[in-house]
Design a protein around this ligand. Structure first.
Ligand code: DGL
Length: 276
């Protein structure tokens, strides 16, 4: 019989790669005493152009690795896996599963004044319509303008955070949304908070940016308290990162940009596809 998780276990966090460290950084700020066990599926990144079936399967495989590592809950720190994989993960796993889409949608609805909201993300996230659905469930009168931005993840992974090429791409992606009069823009990909300054500069002061990482961390905090899973410890928590393939370059970029102390980094092979 499965045993219930206890409050001294780590929070399991998962992303297709290293972008979810933006969520780990928000968790670290908000819940400094919690241990975090982070898995980045760097062998199979990007998820952003893959099918629902594949993203669901990867999400369940990585969820199982987190549970094997002793996680008390699973935070899906990847918008693509949240949009496509979380519904099935909630059916399969007994521990709480939190994604980034619903907290991001709620923050967007709280922020908008003119009910005109922009959403940017990977192709798979935008094609899934998950943000539209979550926003409309909370605010049926909202108008949503979405845009896939497939080139932003590679630009960020190349470390081009403050760069004229990135600014040019941002203008190309954002101009059609800005011309629709959005007053709120959801950064619907875990990499995008790293471009927050550049996006704010291009979107201008009338557009509020909703950072899904920050809002996901707030939801995790509520859930831990509600389910009596918050750690009783008072010392600083550890962040252990496991990658399914090496990603040294971007790991350094992310750790530097986020000022995130990582206790330990290890490698583990991607889970094998189960043979039928
Ligand atoms: N982590 C993914 C997301 O938030 C971006 C990278 C990928 O495509 O896997 O959607």
């Amino acid at each position: 019989m499965p045993t219930s998780p206890s409050n001294d276990q780590a929070i399991g966090v998962f992303d297709s790669g290293i972008g979810g460290l933006t969520v780990a950084a928000s968790l670290r700020r908000l819940l400094p005493h919690e241990n975090i066990l982070y898995i980045g599926d760097t062998a199979r990144v990007p998820y952003g152009g893959k099918s629902r079936e594949t993203v669901e399967r990867y999400s369940i495989e990585i969820g199982n690795l987190l549970l094997a590592g002793g996680a008390k809950m699973i935070v899906v720190a990847c918008n693509t896996a949240s949009a496509l994989g979380v519904p099935r993960m909630k059916e399969v796993f007994e521990v709480p599963v939190v994604g980034v889409v619903v907290p991001g949608a709620k923050a967007a609805v709280d922020s908008t004044k003119n009910k005109t909201i922009g959403v940017i993300g990977t192709r798979a996230t935008i094609a899934s319509g998950a943000y539209e659905k979550a926003i409309l469930a909370l605010e049926p009168g909202a108008t949503i303008h979405s845009a896939p931005c497939p080139l932003l993840v590679p630009l960020i992974e190349e470390g081009l955070i403050e760069d004229s090429v990135t600014d040019q791409m941002l203008r190309r992606y954002l101009d059609p949304l800005l011309s629709q009069g959005i007053d709120t823009l959801v950064l619907g990909c875990t990499h995008y908070p790293l471009l927050k300054n550049a996006i704010a500069r291009i979107a201008g002061p009338t557009v509020s940016l909703v950072d899904s990482a920050e809002n996901c961390a707030l939801s995790v905090g509520h859930l831990l308290r509600e389910s009596h899973l918050a750690t009783p410890k008072k010392d600083n928590g550890q962040l252990e990162v496991t990658l399914t393939d090496s990603a040294e370059g971007f790991l350094r970029t992310a750790a530097r940009a986020l000022k995130l102390p990582i206790t330990k980094v290890s490698l583990q092979n991607s889970p094998e596809r189960p043979k039928n």
